[in-house]
Design a protein around this ligand. Structure first.
Ligand code: SF4
Ligand code: SF4
Ligand code: SF4
Ligand code: FES
Length: 665
C-alpha cells in the first residue's frame, strides 16, 4: 500500500493505482470526462489536472500513478482556471441546448460547466453538422455533441465488439462505425455499453426520448433475470412505466455490462398479450374471473387429484418463490413431482462452487464455455471476460474457439482433455502431489500449449476456472491444486431454485410432459413446457397469454421481476436483491402470494419464506474433493434452446423482434 495526501487528507492506496482512482476511493471527486473506472487512462480531456507537490507543471490524475508520500491538490485557483479554459474550448464546439437535451441532468459536461460557472464559450462557436444516426430503435447517435473522450470507443473495443472508432484528425474528428454505416448495418450488438459510457448526448437511448427528464425518473437498482449472467441493472421509471434500463455501476465500470435484451427487453411488461386478470375456461373459452374463484377451482382440482399432482417452474423465479413452491409441494400436495428448467442443465452439485474475490483473480481458465456477445449467448460473460483480459488478466481457453483470439494459450481438444493435460503437466512438474489426480490423468497429451498454460497456472495465485454446469464436477479437480471454480448457469436464479429443492431433473420433466400418473398440473412462469400434457387439469400462472396459457383450465396473472421484491442467489452463494421498480400491472401476483392463497383455499397453511430461510439455504458448503473426470452428458443442452423458450414473451416484443431479424438470430 502507498500513503499519500490528497487535499490535506491522508489516503492509503494500492500500488499501481492512478491518482483519480485513489481519490475516488477516498471520496474525493476529481473532475474528469475521459477517465473510465477499471480502464487505462488516456489523458485526452485534460480536465483531471491536479497539482503535485514538487512538480512544476500540473499532471493528469487519470494517467499519473500514486507514489509514496505524494501530496496532491485537486483544486487551486490555477487548476480551476485551467479547467475553465478546457470547458470553454469544449463548449465552443458543443450545441448549447441544455434546455431540451435528453441527457440534461446526467450530462457530465453540463455538471462541470455549472460547477466552474462557464456559461458560454469565449471562442467563436463551431458546429460540424454531422449526420444523426437514428434508424435503429435502440441507440441515437448525434456526433455533434461528442467531446472526443473515447470512452465509447474503448468500452466497445475492450469488450471485443470493436464497432466504434475515430475518423479524421484533431478537433474535427468524429466517432464513427465501419465505413460510417448506420449501426444496424454493422456488427453492433446494441448492447449500449457505449451509451452508458458516453458522458454527453452524443450517444443516448432512443427509448427515453420524449419520455421525461432525468430528474423526473425514479431510479432503482435491480437484477436482469433473463439469463444466467444475472446482470446488475438500474431501472428508470416514470408514472409506473419503465423508461430505460442501464448498468447499475456508478460512474460506469469495466466489469459492468448488460446486453440489448436486458436493456430493451422490458417492453414485454405491457405488451398486448400481458395478462391482467385471472381467466377460467367456461364452455371451451377462457373468460375473466376473480382470484378467489380461480384459486377455488385449482384447490378443488388439486384436492381431488390427491398425490397425483405436479408443479413445474423456471430457474428465474426468486428464491422466496422457490421456497414457497417447495413447501407447498411437500407439505400440502405431498407430491415429489416438483421441478424446474434448472434440472435440464444442472443439479446442486454442478452449481455450488467456492467463494471468489473478483479483485484477486490473476488468471482465467475458460473451458467449454461457448458464450458469445454476437450470438446473444450469455453475452455479459463474454464481454466481462474480454474486458478483464483487456485490463491485463491472462486467459487460458479450451473446448471451443470463443476465446481463442485473446487467450495466452488455447489448448487443443475438449475442455475435459485440456483439464487432464493440465493436471498431468502439474503432476510432472511436481506441483500436484495428489496421487489420485496424477493417476487419473496419466498418459494425457502434454504439448507446447499445455506447457505454456501450465506455467501460467503455476505462477498464478488465484486462478479462476470458468465452465458450464456439465463440466463442473470434472473441472473442480483442478481446484484441489489451486484456484476456485465458477459455473455459469443458464438462468438467473438456478442456484436459489436448486438450493430450495425445486431443481428437479429431466426425469421429472419427462414424467410431467408424458403425464405419467399426473392428474393436476400447475405451471409457473415460462418454462420448457409449451404444450399442454395430456392431464385432466392444468393451471398456468404466467405473465402472457401464450399457447400454453390458452390451453389451460385456469390462468393466473404473474408479476414480472420488475414488479416484485425478493432475492436471487449467485456464485459464491451471494444474495442479489431484486427490487420492485413498478407496481404490478393489473391483478398480477408473485408466485408465493398465489401459492399461499391457494394453500389457504385448500384449508392448509404454509409459512411465508423469510430471510432466515434463505440464510439456512446458504449454509451449504462446497467440498473440495476428487471427482470423476467425466462430463455430465445428462446435463448437456443447448443454451439457446432453453433461453428462447423461457423468454418467449420478451423475445416476441416489437423491438426485440427487429433485433432478431437484423441479427438473423
Ligand atoms: S452498442 Fe455495444 S457493440 Fe454497438 S457500438 Fe455500442 S458498445 Fe459497441
Ligand atoms: S460519443 Fe460520447 S463517449 Fe464517445 S467519444 Fe464522443 S462523447 Fe465520448
Ligand atoms: S447478459 Fe443476460 S442477465 Fe445480462 S443483461 Fe443480458 S439477458 Fe440480462
Ligand atoms: S480524465 Fe484525465 S485527461 Fe480526461
Amino acid at each position: 500500500m502507498v500513503q499519500l495526501t490528497i487535499d490535506g487528507k491522508k489516503v492509503e492506496a494500492r500500488e499501481g493505482m492512478t491518482i483519480v482512482e485513489a481519490a475516488e476511493e477516498a471520496g474525493i471527486h476529481i473532475p474528469n470526462l475521459c477517465y473510465l473506472k477499471g480502464m487505462k487512462g488516456i489523458g485526452a480531456c485534460r480536465l483531471c489536472m491536479v497539482e503535485i507537490e514538487g512538480l512544476k507543471a500540473p499532471m493528469t490524475a487519470c494517467t499519473t500513478k500514486v507514489k509514496e508520500g505524494m501530496s496532491i491538490k485537486t483544486s487551486t485557483p490555477e487548476i480551476d482556471e485551467l479547467r475553465r479554459f478546457v470547458l470553454d474550448l469544449i463548449l465552443s464546439m458543443h450545441p448549447m441546448d441544455c434546455m431540451t437535451c435528453p441527457k440534461a441532468g446526467i450530462c457530465r459536461l453540463q455538471q462541470y460547466a455549472y460547477d466552474y460557472n462557464v456559461k458560454e464559450s469565449t471562442y467563436t462557436r463551431k458546429l460540424w453538422g454531422f449526420q444523426v444516426d437514428d434508424k435503429n430503435p435502440f441507440i441515437r447517435r448525434e456526433p455533434d455533441y461528442c467531446v472526443l473522450c473515447a470512452r465509447c470507443v474503448r468500452v466497445c473495443r475492450e469488450q471485443g465488439t470493436k464497432i466504434l472508432d475515430f475518423m479524421g484528425r484533431g478537433v474535427g474528428s468524429k466517432v464513427t462505425t465501419p465505413n460510417d454505416k448506420p449501426m444496424q448495418e454493422t456488427e453492433c450488438t446494441f448492447c449500449g455499453s457505449c451509451v452508458d459510457a458516453c458522458p454527453v448526448n452524443a450517444l443516448t437511448e432512443a427509448s427515453k426520448i420524449d419520455k421525461g427528464r432525468e430528474w423526473e425518473f425514479t431510479k432503482n437498482d435491480s437484477v436482469c433475470t433473463f439469463c444466467g449472467a444475472a446482470c446488475s441493472i438500474k431501472v428508470s421509471s416514470k408514472d409506473n412505466r419503465i423508461v430505460k434500463v442501464t448498468t447499475s455501476a456508478p460512474n460506469y465500470k469495466h466489469t459492468a455490462y448488460i446486453c440489448a435484451l436486458g436493456r430493451y427487453g422490458f417492453d414485454y411488461l405491457d405488451s398486448p398479450e400481458r395478462l391482467k386478470t385471472p381467466l377460467i375456461k367456461t364452455n371451451g373459452q377462457l373468460v375473466e374471473t376473480t382470484w378467489d374463484e380461480a384459486l377455488k377451482t385449482i384447490a378443488e382440482a388439486f384436492k381431488s387429484s390427491k398425490d397425483k399432482t405436479a408443479i413445474y417452474t423456471s430457474g428465474s423465479i426468486l428464491t422466496e418463490d422457490a421456497i414457497t413452491i417447495d413447501r407447498f409441494a411437500s407439505e400440502v400436495l405431498k407430491t415429489t413431482n416438483v421441478g424446474s428448467t434448472v434440472g435440464i442443465y444442472a443439479d446442486t452439485n454442478a452449481l455450488i462452487t467456492g467463494v471468489i474475490d473478483p479483485n484477486q483473480i490473476d488468471l482465467l481458465l475458460v473451458l467449454d464455455l461457448k458464450v458469445s456477445q454476437k450470438g446473444y449467448v450469455l453475452p455479459a460473460i463474454d464481454a466481462v471476460l474480454r474486458r478483464l483480459v483487456s485490463a491485463g488478466t491472462p486467459l487460458l481457453s479450451a473446448g471451443d474457439e470463443s476465446f481463442a483470439d485473446i487467450a495466452s494459450a488455447h489448448l487443443k481438444g475438449s475442455g475435459l482433455e485440456a483439464l487432464r493435460s493440465l493436471i498431468a503437466f502439474l503432476c510432472k512438474e511436481g506441483v500436484c502431489k495428489d496421487a489420485h489426480l496424477c493417476k487419473a490423468t496419466e498418459g494425457a497429451v502434454i504439448d507446447e500449449a499445455v506447457q505454456k498454460a501450465g506455467k501460467l497456472f503455476m505462477e498464478a495465485k488465484n486462478p479462476l476456472i470458468i465452465t458450464l454446469p456439465g463440466l463442473a464436477e470434472a473441472a473442480s479437480n483442478l481446484t484441489l491444486i489451486k484456484g476456485e471454480l465458477l459455473t455459469i448457469p443458464f438462468e438467473a436464479n438456478a442456484i436459489g431454485v436448486a438450493l430450495a429443492g425445486v431443481a428437479g431433473s429431466k426425469t421429472v420433466l419427462d414424467q410431467i410432459t408424458k403425464a405419467k400418473g399426473i392428474r393436476a398440473l400447475y405451471v409457473i412462469g415460462e418454462t420448457t413446457i409449451t404444450a399442454r400434457p395430456n392431464v385432466p387439469f392444468m393451471a398456468v400462472h404466467t405473465t402472457h397469454l401464450d399457447d400454453l396459457a390458452k390451453s389451460a383450465d385456469v390462468v393466473l396473472p404473474l408479476t414480472t421481476p420488475y414488479e416484485s421484491n425478493g432475492t436471487i442467489i449467485r456464485r459464491g452463494l451471494r444474495q442479489k436483491v431484486v427490487n420492485q421498480v413498478i407496481k404490478p400491472i393489473g391483478e398480477a401476483r408473485a408466485p408465493r402470494e398465489a401459492i399461499e392463497a391457494l394453500a389457504e383455499a385448500m384449508g392448509a397453511e404454509i409459512k411465508t419464506a423469510r430471510d432466515s430461510d434463505i440464510k439456512r439455504l446458504l449454509k451449504v458448503k462446497w467440498n473440495h474433493k476428487p471427482r470423476p473426470f467425466e462430463p455430465r452428458q445428462d446435463l448437456e443442452v443447448d443454451f439457446k434452446e432453453i433461453f428462447t423458450v423461457v423468454n418467449r414473451s420478451m423475445l416476441s416484443t416489437q423491438r426485440i423482434k427487429w433485433l432478431r431479424e437484423v441479427k438473423k438470430l
